[in-house]
Ligand binder design. Structure first.
Ligand SMILES: [Ca+2]
Length: 204
């Protein structure tokens, strides 16, 4: 056994030359071996391990090698250490007015309820711009998120497409027959001796 130093107090070992760059030197008789620190390899632990070699980044994420680590740069729509988590774009509830969000992986679609349109269902539809939203004799009033049809007296129904049968109230007088009504106008078939829209005029 050789010793070094002025007082010969340092043992001479094969490790004295410091052969291990990033590791611990271990003597083995007259030889040495290096036990490398994490992230390093090679006989003298000089070589950094490329942690990207195992392709740890999923979903086309880009790997950047570090010392005993790696970093994944994920494509839009993915997150997590290894880009393994698909971001659900619907999590942020982007659809307004009770629209239904449909996950398109890196984007979303909104299925809008009646009365709304736009990418996020943000816009009111002007239903009155559609020709048949209300009966042509009705008045269409656009409202935010809906619309209203204001019917004339002889029409009914939500869009005023139902004709009220004015004959039902027996408007023809003096035994006249109500044969037809449309547009608020009643047509009476009058017995002889009577005339007028409602057979109300005596012609004798
Ligand atoms: Ca509207």
């Amino acid at each position: 056994m050789y010793r070094l130093g002025r007082l010969c107090d340092t043992e001479l070992t094969p490790c004295n030359s410091g052969p291990c760059s990033f590791g611990t030197c271990v003597t083995n008789g007259s030889a040495w071996t290096c036990v490398c620190s994490p992230g390093w390899t090679g006989v003298q632990c000089k070589d950094g391990i490329n942690e990207c070699l195992s392709n740890p980044c999923l979903n086309a994420g880009v790997c950047t090698d570090g010392i005993n680590e790696y970093r994944c740069t994920c494509l839009t729509g993915f997150t997590g250490t290894n880009c393994e988590i698909a971001v659900n774009p619907c999590t942020s509830a982007p659809c307004q007015h009770n629209g239904t969000c449909i996950n398109q992986v890196s984007s979303f679609l909104c299925a809008c309820p009646a009365g709304w349109t736009g990418v996020t269902c943000e816009s009111d539809i002007n239903e009155c711009a559609t020709a048949d939203a209300c009966h042509p004799n009705a008045t269409c009033v656009n409202t935010i998120g809906s619309y209203q049809c204001i019917c004339p007296s002889w029409l009914t129904g939500p869009q005023c497409y139902t004709t009220i049968d004015l004959c039902a109230s027996n408007p023809c007088q003096n035994n006249g027959s109500c044969i037809y009504s449309y547009g608020g106008i009643v047509t009476c078939l009058c017995p002889s001796g009577f005339t007028g829209t409602y057979c109300q005029v005596c012609s004798f």
